[in-house]
Ligand binder design. Structure first.
Ligand code: 5AD
Ligand code: SF4
Length: 487
């Protein structure tokens, strides 16, 4: 292994420790680059590659702000960048192959241009990829994790001053940081913003690496969240998405009565146009949350409620804390309180020990729930998690076959759900001009469906009624209601 400056290496074992009594320091941090970093950053281009979930996207926005504050400019062209940052994901194994492939692809240009490569995010919290990087990719100069993003400037300055690879990954969260800087400058969209409400996860589903890579669950204070939403609204943002691995655990660490339903209500009362949230955990979800959703028209009628499996035996082995029937009861309650709700889910196929009967239970659950869409995943064993040590019975062929059958069924359900919108008029928040065709503008309806219309960029950031003319499995084609059909 290359020597490097190994300040702190990851340890999944250490990361699994939970000490609920220890109080994390809360910091307000106005984060500014040193004169050294500003002078280094002048005239340089940076490129960020982000993998994984919205929590990573949000972290990348913070890091993007840090790089902009150093005077660097952004480029999409990784081969032209002087500073390359990978924000990695660890949820599935193929993320590693993907990262190493990308590093191989840019190696020659990095070496010839003496570009600086930094890697952060969930994968850096794992021992194996970090040791592979140290031994096989010596041109990578800085490795850091999810628990010390707020120290990014310090780490970067150290790495720039040393000749060797600098590694500082902390296995435990160090503090809960409220950034006091011009956050909107780092945000990727001027209309729609992610707002963290909790960090980490204490659920320890047996397949999942997140409780190790993102640490113990901790909640931001209500005042900080509401202040952030109000500031976004004032700057013209139309939508916020509240983020947490487990949004309904919000506030548990405060040991008080104020819970997720209360936070959702406080955010709704800011009057921002659209509120979404992700991700809830089925058994913690209750009538109180649904009642807030039903009462506030600015909370969007869509819910992504991961079920993972329709078989009780598999749910137990996954350490999910609900049964199939309990999940179905939550869905029934939801549909009775918010009849037009758009319901999506996550499903894992090929969990160790899954039989054809277990798989049939998943298929029949999909029928009963009539999901509007779903993310489907083939089980991927993550070293360090209990499921990676469980005995497997199905062959790869059987698992792939189940995966395809499930995907087909989900596509059919999604197509059916999308077709119901044809000939209706829905409000759409426009967010993007098509890269291929500048006369095509895209946005999302209240359910979160992608809608394309013909229009110009003056539509961006507006919410306009759209007549839906045509539906595809994962998108809709429409025309602005006031202008008549244009497709
Ligand atoms: N293998 C396959 N899918 C996984 N997920 C999490 N861990 C794994 C794994 N080891 C899926 C779950 C989760 C989504 C974000 O990723 O379905 O809800
Ligand atoms: Fe992973 Fe389960 Fe936590 Fe979701 S709830 S992040 S699947 S451990």
């Amino acid at each position: 292994m290359k020597k490097g400056r190994l300040v702190s290496l990851p340890s999944l074992r250490e990361a699994a420790r939970r000490n609920p009594d220890s109080v994390l320091p809360r910091q307000r941090a106005e984060i500014r680059p040193s004169a050294f970093l500003v002078s280094w950053g002048q005239e340089k281009l940076f490129c960020i590659r982000t993998y994984g979930c919205q929590a990573n996207v949000r972290d990348s926005e913070i890091l993007r702000l840090f790089l902009l504050q150093m005077g660097m400019k952004e480029t999409e062209d990784i081969l032209r960048a002087d500073f390359v940052l990978f924000n990695t994901c660890a949820i599935r194994e193929n993320a590693e192959n993907h990262l190493f492939g990308e590093l191989g692809r840019i190696k020659a240009s990095v070496l010839s241009r003496r570009a600086f490569v930094a890697i952060g995010g969930c994968m850096m919290q794992e021992e194996k990829p970090v040791s592979t990087l140290l031994s096989r990719y010596p041109f990578v100069r800085l490795l850091f994790g999810t628990n010390n993003i707020e120290r990014f400037y310090e780490l970067l300055e150290q790495a720039l001053r040393e000749e060797d690879t600098y590694v500082d990954v902390r296995s435990q969260p160090q503090a809960l940081v409220e950034y006091e800087c011009e956050q909107e400058k780092g945000r990727l969209s001027p209309y729609s913003a992610f707002v963290d409400i909790t960090y980490g996860c204490d659920n320890f589903c047996t397949y999942c690496i997140v409780p190790y890579t993102r640490g113990r669950e901790r909640s931001r204070r209500k005042e900080d969240i509401v202040r952030e939403v109000l500031a976004l609204k004032e700057r013209g943002y139309r939508q916020v998405t509240l983020l947490g691995q487990n949004v309904d655990s919000y506030g548990k660490d405060f040991h008080g009565p104020y819970a997720f339903a209360d936070l959702l209500e406080s955010v709704a009362q800011t009057g921002i146009d659209r509120i979404r949230f992700t991700t809830p955990y089925p058994s913690d979800f209750n009538a109180k949350v649904f009642s807030v959703m039903a009462r506030y028209p600015n909370i969007m009628p869509s819910l992504h409620l991961p079920v993972q499996s329709g078989s009780d035996a598999i749910l137990r082995r996954m350490n999910r804390r609900y049964t199939r029937e309990e999940y179905l009861n939550v869905v029934r309650l939801l549909r009775s309180m918010i009849p037009d709700v758009f319901l999506t889910t996550d499903i894992i196929v090929g969990f160790p020990g899954e039989t054809e009967k277990d798989f049939q239970d998943t298929l029949s659950l999909c029928e009963e729930c009539q999901f509007d869409g779903a993310f489907t995943f083939l089980f991927s064993p993550r070293p360090g998690t209990p499921a990676s040590r469980m005995e497997d019975t199905a062959t790869d062929e059987e698992k792939h076959d189940r995966f395809e059958r499930l995907k087909d069924r989900i596509d059919q359900l999604a197509t059916k759900s999308a077709s119901r919108t044809v000939s209706t008029t829905v409000p759409v928040l426009f967010e993007e001009v098509s890269k291929r065709d500048p006369s095509r503008i895209s946005g999302y309806d209240e359910h979160g469906r992608l809608v394309h219309v013909t229009g110009d960029k003056s539509l961006l950031g507006t919410i306009r009624p759209v007549d839906i003319l045509e539906s595809h499995t994962y998108s809709l084609i429409g025309a602005l209601h006031d202008e008549g059909p244009s497709f």
